[in-house]
Each structure stands twice: as structure tokens, then as C-alpha cells.
Ligand binder design. Sequence first.
Ligand code: AGP
Length: 608
Amino acid sequence: MCGIVGYIGVSQAAPILLDGLSKLEYRGYDSAGLAVYDGDKIQLQKATGRLKVLSELTHDGATMPGVAGIGHTRWATHGAPSNSNAHPHFNREETIAVVHNGIIENYLKLKKYLEGKGYQFTSDTDTEVVAHLLDYYYKGDPIEAITRMMHRVEGSYALGILFQAHPGLLYAVRKDSPLIVGRSKDGNLIASDVPAVLKYTRNVYFIENEEISILSGEDICFYNVDGEEIQKESTAIDWDMNAAEKGGYEHFMLKEMYEQPQTVRDTLNPRIKEYNVDIEELGMTDEEIRSIQKIHIVACGSAYHAGFTAKYVFEGMARIPVDVDLASEFRYRNPILQEHDLVIIISQSGETADSLAALREAKNRGVQTLGIVNVVGSSIAREADRVMYTWAGPEIAVATTKAYSAQLIAEYLLAIKFAQVRGELTKEETTSYLKDLHKLPEQIEMLLSNKEKIQHFANRYISAKDVFFVGRGIDYAISMEGSLKLKEISYIHSEAYAAGELKHGTISLIEEGTLVAAVLTQEALYKKTISNIVELTSRGAFVLAVTNTGNTEIEKAADYVIYIPQTNRWFTNSLAIIPLQLFSYYVSLGKGCDVDKPRNLAKSVTVE
Ligand code: AGP
């Protein structure tokens, strides 16, 4: 996510802004910038790379006089890392400056509208639309301009805004992206997150959705989207800096698990227009989609598991043959690739060495490539013929959760688009599927609210030696990810097996009390997997079942059941993985492991 800081008061703003941004560096970023009112006009300074570059450029802020300003660290979502894409963004007269965290879902439509009104854009960002829209609506009253902008913009935003014509005021607006206001003895501040203001104040206001805050050096006022003033209570923050960086969560992994609903919305919503999948960003014609004869999905680790789910979804929904390969195997096995094949490389970091090598291998053979990547401007994103970003924001914990969930969403959208173009899905089915996708964030939120129940169950297994995860079809793919989550953060040996494979050897490993997590989300396979569960419990296994609400038949066979809400059979992975993530997290926590930085592991494996 991007980082926002703002200050207005009696001290020089720029050093305070730089200090606040330095407290948000943990969120990950690729560029930074400041805008400060210097008594005459708004001065702007931006720089790609580390915050240090901006600090050196401004002599730690000394070259930017003025007591009111906004600052930003950018995590690129729309537009690669560059000075022109860095925030703050100006309107054309450079009298309005904006910093933004979030995603403007309808920015392309608004950009076309504003270009039609004569506005010229200097960046590839969605944010610049806000600066010009404010300009378009500004007739002397910032609140009127802001509220009219809010009624046009769709998506998530936390905004810091300076109006040159109103130098003694700083404006903040929030919808879905967090934004706080802090009151200190020397002035007032805004920030994306508490760490940026803790040095100056522990007395903060949490801006709620569609609220506006106006700060002067002395006062703080709040308004609703109708421009009516509202009263708010402040909160005393008792977190230390370490807790504050995690938003009050104990670990980044838990924080990122709880960000999954918003991650799903951010990756999904900009790509659905009137119940049609809009992936214009890929520049794939219907003809090209219809010509695909086979898809090769290539990745590592959890990205590979997401790809394994995609095999069932693409084959089931779009009837396109799919091979799924570990990148470290694909790159050396002299793969058989045909002219009309599509190679999809999935990678959160976009820098995994094996996945990058696999991409280059595919390109060397003249095959079309598509990257599903989280980090904008990363090697895989730049080198793939096409890229579909997962807008999960920076993922700090080594064990992926929200990026994995975003990869699933990207795959579902591709599969629906391909299926529809190839005549495998009717318009009605597409609408129904997209409605199911829209329900996922709330369903994930509901599953996350189960954490105490899962923590209680997990505490029974912190001494486990072997844990098995089994399932059939998509449930097998879910089992793979559930097993890796447990292994990588709790160091407990675990394996995932196709449930039908147990009798071919694995079942000999089952002893009295061995924990087996059975995933049953595919109704057509319930009975088959239930019979596997009976085979397991009759040999002493303790079976935890993860299944759809309503599949009560499972109660007769499994020892412990976690139900997930009903959704489309192709999308169950997005829900079933949540309790498995929580289970692994609490086992690791119970064992006292380093949840965010497990031993021997790196967040991005950039070497072979
Ligand atoms: C998953 O929790 C691990 N962090 C690891 O398996 C990871 O998924 C794998 O290394 C691939 O990383 P990438 O998505 O950045 O390419």
C-alpha cells in the first residue's frame, strides 16, 4: 500500500513529513514525494527509489520552507515506478496537490471524460484523475469540489489535499483506505497509519468512510459526504511502534490475512463492468483468446498451488487443456510448447529466479506469455508479453496469504473471460459467476471472525509430528496450500494428497491420533472423499473436515468440522483456505515460531 503523511502547524512541514514517511517504509514502496505550501505557491519534490533519495534532494526538507504540506510513499499499482508517476499529483495550474492510497476503479472512464474537457495527463496513474477532477469542480469552495469528486469516483481512496487558494488548511478524505488525523502541540497531522504520527501524538481520530477532515494549525473539523459538519471522538493510542506497524495485529501475517477481503475487492472490482469481465489491460483480442489451444501455468510454492487450482477452473469452465508446472522443473525439462499455447507465470514478487527463467524459456520458444504478478515493474511483470496485476499491496510476511488470494481472483477472471469468449459460458452464467465473486469479501470476513474457534483447535496440535491434508479436484489444490502454510511457519512435517491416492501407500503412515485435514467443497465428490475419511478414522486418524455449509452428512464421518459459506464450485478455494491459514498461524504461534520470518526462508527466492 502507499503511505500518506500531512502536517499543518507552526513547525517547518517538510522534515516532519519525511520523518512520518520513514515510519511507513515498512509498507513497501518504490518512490516518494512532498508538496509544501511555501507562502506563495505549492512546491513539489519527487524521487524514485528509497526515501533517502528524496531526503538528500531536499536536504532533509530544508529546501522546502512552509508549515503546511503532504507527503507520500508510492507502492505502484497503475503505472510503473517513475518520477512522473510518483505522488503528489498536481492539477494543471499546480494549485491543487493530491496524495492517494487506494485504487480508483473507474479511473479510465474519468480520464477519458476529463481529456474530453481538455485536461492533459502527465502520468499513468489512477490518482492523477483526482487532481484534475478537483480542478474541474473547484469554484472557490474546496468542500464542494471534494464532495462532487467523491460522487464521481469509484473505488478505494485515502487522500491528502492542498489547495493553494486556502494555504492555512489541509484536507483529508477517506473511503475504504485507512486514514487517521492526529492532534499535536505544534500542529495537526494526517497519516495512512499510526506509526507516522506516534512521535508527535498518541491522540488520533480514525476517519470513517466518506468522511472529510479539514485541518488548520489549531483546529480539526470533520464533514460527511453531504458537506455537513460532524463530531468525532479521538482515540488514545497505547501501541508501541512495533505493534503500530502491524496495525495492532501481533504479526504481519495475521494483518495480511485480515486484509484479504479488501485485497479481493481491489483485484476484482476494477475488472468488472456491468457484470462483464473487463481485462482490456491485457490487450488480448477475442480472436487471440479463441486461438489458445493449451495453457501452461508455471510457478513456485504457493503461486504454484494457485496455478493448480486454476487448472481445474480453466479446464472446467473454459474447456482449455492446462498443464501446471513447477518453474524449477519446467525450465530444464525441454517443455513441449506449441504455437497457440499460452504460458502463464504466477509470481507475487515477480522476481523468483526459477519463474523468471521459465518465462524467458517460454519467450525464447516464441510462445505468448502472461504474468500474474503483485509487484508492479518487477522483472516478470516487465518481461512477460502481458501482465495482470494482483492489487494486494506489499506483502511483508514470508508466508503468503493475501497475494495468494488475489492470484485466485485473477485466475477466476481470466477463466470467466476465456470461457465467455469461447462460448463456454452464457451471459446469464457469467452474471451469476460474477455475483458469486462479489460475495467473496464478506464471506472471507465471516470466516476470519472464526479465529478464536480455530485457535482453540490449533492449540491441540502444536506438538503434532505429521499432519496430512487431503482432497479431490480443486480440494486437492487447496490441500497443497494448506499443507505448505503449516510446514513453512510451524516446521511441522505435512503432506497434501489426492484423497483417492491414500490407499496407494500413504495410508500406512496413519497412526492413532494422526491429524488429517480433509477438504470437501466439490459436491460431486463429497461421497468419495467421505469414504476416504472413513478409511482414515477406522485406522485411528483424527479428521478435521473443511466443507460447505449444508453438507451435514460429514458429521457422521469427521471428528471436527469447519463450514464455509456456499459459493460457486469454482471459487471455493478462496474460502476454504481461510481456516487453513488461521490453523497454521495459530499452530506456529503456539509453538513460539517466528511467524513472519520463518527459519531458512526468504520472501522472494531470487536465486536458483
Ligand atoms: C509461500 O508462502 C512462500 N512464500 C513461497 O512458497 C512463495 O509462494 C514462492 O517462493 C513463490 O514466490 P513468488 O510468488 O514471489 O514467485
